[in-house]
Design a protein around this ligand. Sequence first.
Ligand code: CA
Length: 346
Amino acid sequence: MKSRTGMALAAVIALVGTAWAGADSTNQAPAQFRLEFDLVDGSRIIGVPDIASMPVQTAYAKMDIPLGNISAIAIGEDHETASFELRNGDQLKGVLALEPIMLATVFGRVPIGIEHIRKLRVVMAGSAGSEVWTSPTTGMEFVWIAQMNMWVGKVEVTNGEYRKKEAGHDSKSHDSHSLNGDRQPVVFVNFDDAKAYAAWLSERDKAQLDGKRYRLPSEQEFMTYVQCGDGREYPWGNNWPPRSGQAGNYHGQEGVGGVEKLSGYNDEFPVTAQVDHLWRNPWGLCGVGGNVWEACASDSSGGSFGAWRGASWGPESQNALRCAYRNVGCGSSRNHSCGFRLVLSP
Ligand SMILES: [Ca+2]
């Protein structure tokens, strides 16, 4: 523990604007943001950056974009060109003039040069999506949604996680594409199967849950996290059609079969997608729209069926892709496009 004198000295140094290079220098970084880097070698690193904006030269202007306006940046293979996804839905291309970013990580301070970066995402620290709970039994991740005062499953429950309870479960295949991979969402489960799984996992993780339990979300809770607090029409925003790579897994041009496909959209997943590969919404949740219809309860007791929500990878109408659309098909049916996501709450 640092002495009072040390703390006073640090305060003085900070006051006179001198760089403080001691062990606590990470505290000087703009800690309201965290950056998540996907690196060229396949590794991932998370930390607090020492910058508050990104300098970019576009075809028409030189700009300095505050991190708070940025959702993600993909870096081209030339290690220079960058595609920005902004939080308001705008897209921007340009050249990044970037010194290595100093990142305060759990390993200490690490410089990350642009040549190592494939993609980076900006997460607002302390906001939804920045804190994760991991189920000890399954490894399933839940993100803290402060606006809801509860944890929501980051992704849909997968075949691998479901088979920890039902070892023989088979999610089958569709048109010779497997639906049964460990990281694909479990399908051929109904509302009662999902409810039983939540109860089983609550029992298995009980010692760590501190009185909380896993359950199915209510339809109202689903509406809150699919709209991310801004009343959006569709899970990705208000634009129609969605932009490729910036929505979920729907029946795009890559879809199988002769049924009409989403115009101008290609998500590269002909059937269910591995849940980790899906577009992430502003609250840090993947696949809330598309991939599989998710079983929701009528209220937050999680006890009785409300509706299937969020649409799927299969052919759906434009209306069915809206956040508010309720698929009130039978809760006891099992098929290739219906699965579920869990929440964790008191
Ligand atoms: Ca698709």
